[in-house]
Design a protein around this ligand. Structure first.
Ligand code: ATR
Length: 267
């Protein structure tokens, strides 16, 4: 029987997850399909049973990543620590919650250990990033609203900083978790050329925004000669890790990257 998977969230008009997962299923000849199921804020409760009965697993995105936790029979360590689930496995009528964003980010950054990481932002994505990386690295957090940076720093054992240009001086990795620079606001960057100029030569700059592939932040970093990692890297890895949980497969990251890049370049 065909196995059904989905992404739940709202809105999902621009989600690349159906294209990405269906491309993998087709390539590996898996009898599976993946669709987008829009669930508006506040409607999750009445849809959980439907999901349980009709799907073998699903991804969870904004605005349900936190609320879905309440319905899990079991959750993995990353999901517990972060307080958010992005992948659910349905097994024997039970929901098991995982967070594949965390390991995907660690993998995209090359599993950093002992690095100084400056995180831009203090929202949901920053929270996942800070928890995912804080065990083995030292985290600094910059946010437009300083109090939120302080709050997150306290929770993750990091420190809040007031100026990117100062904090970046001895950092190894700069990670943007804000939506600044995301389509259609492609002319914006969460850090300026002046801020980035203060960093060491071997700084790595990573953006979790993947549309556009080369954000203004990454363009500035590239111009200054820093290594860059685009948001596509984390996006494809969280999808690959979800498929491992659902089907035990380890799809080819290169194929997944090409699929996403081809689609984004069409736009
Ligand atoms: P998500 O769950 O995607 O992280 P969020 O919780 O709304 O979304 O958080 C968005 C993050 O992007 C926040 O850190 C936000 O800063 P504030 O806490 O000051 O709101 C940041 N952000 C969004 N738009 C921004 C902008 N134009 N300039 C700077 N930071 C911005």
């Amino acid at each position: 029987m065909k196995k059904k998977f989905a992404v739940i969230g709202y809105p999902l008009t621009h989600s690349l997850s159906p294209l990405l997962h269906n491309s993998v299923f087709k390539k590996l000849r898996k009898n599976c399909m993946y669709s987008a199921v829009e669930i508006k804020p506040g409607e999750l409760e009445k849809k959980v049973d439907y999901l349980k009965k009709n799907y073998s697993g699903f991804n969870v995105t904004i605005p349900h990543k936190i609320a879905i936790l309440g319905y899990m029979g079991q959750t993995d360590d990353d999901a517990k620590k972060i307080g958010a689930v992005n992948t659910v496995l349905v097994e024997n009528g039970k929901l098991m919650g995982y967070n594949t964003d965390a390991p995907a980010l660690r993998e995209a950054l090359g599993n950093p250990h002992g690095k100084k990481i400056l995180v831009l932002g203090a929202g949901g994505a920053a929270r996942a990033a800070a928890f995912a990386l804080s065990k083995r690295n030292s985290i600094r957090i910059y946010n437009r609203t300083k109090e939120r940076a302080e709050e997150l720093a306290k929770e993750t054992g990091g420190s809040a900083v007031e100026r990117i240009g100062d904090a970046i001086k001895d950092c190894d990795i700069l990670l943007n978790t804000t939506s600044v620079g995301m389509h259609p606001n492609t002319g914006e960057s969460p850090a300026s050329t002046k801020d980035l100029m203060n960093a060491k030569k071997n700084l790595v700059v990573c953006d979790i925004v993947y549309n556009p592939i080369k954000t203004k932040l990454l363009a500035i970093a590239e111009q200054l000669g820093y290594r860059t990692i685009s948001g596509v890297e984390m996006f494809v890895r969280q999808a690959a890790l979800s498929e491992k949980i659902w089907l035990g497969i380890e799809p080819d990251i290169k194929f997944m990257r090409e699929t996403v890049v081809k689609e984004l370049e069409k736009k």
